[in-house]
Design a protein around this ligand. Structure first.
Ligand SMILES: NC(=O)c1ccc[n+]([C@@H]2O[C@H](COP(=O)([O-])OP(=O)(O)OC[C@H]3O[C@@H](n4cnc5c(N)ncnc54)[C@H](O)[C@@H]3O)[C@@H](O)[C@H]2O)c1
Ligand SMILES: O=C(O)C(=O)C[C@]1(C(=O)O)C=C[C@@H](O)C=C1
Length: 305
């Protein structure tokens, strides 16, 4: 595949930028990958581990001559970065981002970009609970979805070039409208993270109260909660502050269902519990049978779990 961009600039050298840098360079998808991080310490680490072809000491320097600039900072930091890079962008360049929220990012970043630049937001649905320049790995996006969220009237060639890049580093791509993206992600990612944070907090409180082994003997499901609840606090604070309406809508529905289940337990309404769990089990089976969970151990074998 020919390189879709000559120079790619990555801003915010953490898990996502680091993984992109390693993957793009491994696949030879850019002539040069440059990187910038706010702290000198992060830039030093990035140089030491050879994350990018070149680490720059300023935003102006990293975007100079870049054909693609990807903002990989927490959602709440996107606007400040966009404001600073705006005057230094090359005409015809594409600016993208990897933020977990899309409407707020489009509204924060868009106004700071010159007319001669294409803005094509995106969101890779891949991550871990780790952060920082040492956490990236080239395989992160393999077999995962990246949602491309082009604003109305976006340049088709710019959108396709970005899709080519993501596909070149192993991702499947799809296009989605920003508000729809934010609602879908509130269900599949944002509310589940908040629930995990809460459950781990509750267990921790309980441990203090009883001095028992709540964490030590936690089963696999709860261990997954503790992994998720170890995710970066700045990133997740910004997600909730910037996807407020969709997250509150989903949490409202969640709370209603939780109260109904709580009531069924209190009143001994086994039929309600059984019917509810039967419905949710059917959903899991449907996902497996449709071949949509490639991580499932029985994927493709049609076995019921
Ligand atoms: N971690 C995930 O699972 C995941 C998945 C998909 C998308 N995202 C999104 O990707 C973005 C980056 O997340 P990450 O997991 O790579 O985070 P990270 O914490 O690993 O990296 C973010 C980097 O941005 C830097 N930074 C913060 N503010 C900055 C600023 N004002 N200027 C320059 N650099 C700044 C931080 O120092 C850090 O190096 C976020 O918007 C997040 O919502 C994260
Ligand atoms: O695997 C994880 O650790 C993640 O939480 C990744 C995850 C997710 O919720 O699936 C987290 C945030 C993103 O914006 C995209 C992916």
């Amino acid at each position: 595949m020919s390189a879709p961009y000559n120079r790619v600039a990555l801003i915010g050298l953490g898990l996502i930028a680091g993984s992109m840098a390693l993957a793009i360079r491994r696949a030879g998808l850019a002539g040069e990958v440059t990187g910038f991080a706010r702290s000198a310490e992060t830039r030093d680490v990035a140089r030491e581990i050879g994350l990018c072809d070149r680490i720059c000491d300023s935003l102006a320097e990293v975007v100079e001559g870049a054909d693609l600039v990807v903002l990989c900072v927490p959602v709440g930091a996107m606007e400040g970065v966009a404001r600073e890079i705006g005057p230094h962008l090359k005409p015809g360049a594409t600016v993208s981002d990897v933020g977990s929220v899309k409407r707020a990012v489009i509204e924060a970043v868009g106004p700071h970009l010159p007319d001669a630049v294409h803005f094509v937001p995106a969101h890779p649905l891949a991550g871990t609970e780790h952060s920082g320049p040492r956490s990236g790995f080239a395989e992160l996006f393999e077999g995962r979805w990246t949602l491309i969220v082009p604003p109305e009237g976006a340049d088709e060639d710019a959108v396709q070039r970005l899709e080519t890049l993501w596909q070149g580093i192993g991702a499947h791509t799809d296009r989605m409208e920003a508000d729809h993206h934010d609602l879908v992600l509130a269900v599949t990612s944002h509310a589940p993270h908040l629930i995990a944070y809460t459950m781990v907090g509750v267990a921790d409180d309980l441990r203090r109260v009883t001095d028992s082994e709540v964490i030590k003997y936690s089963a696999a499901g709860f261990r997954d909660f503790t992994r998720i609840a170890a995710s970066d606090p700045t990133m997740w604070r910004d997600v909730f502050l910037n996807n407020r309406d969709a997250t509150l809508e989903i949490l409202g529905r969640f709370t209603e269902e939780l109260f109904a289940l709580q009531r069924a337990i209190r009143t001994g309404d086994g039929d309600h519990l059984h019917a509810y769990f039967t419905r949710t089990r059917a959903i899991r089976r449907g996902i497996i049978e449709a071949g949509q969970d490639t991580d499932a151990p029985d994927f493709g074998r049609g076995k019921k779990t």
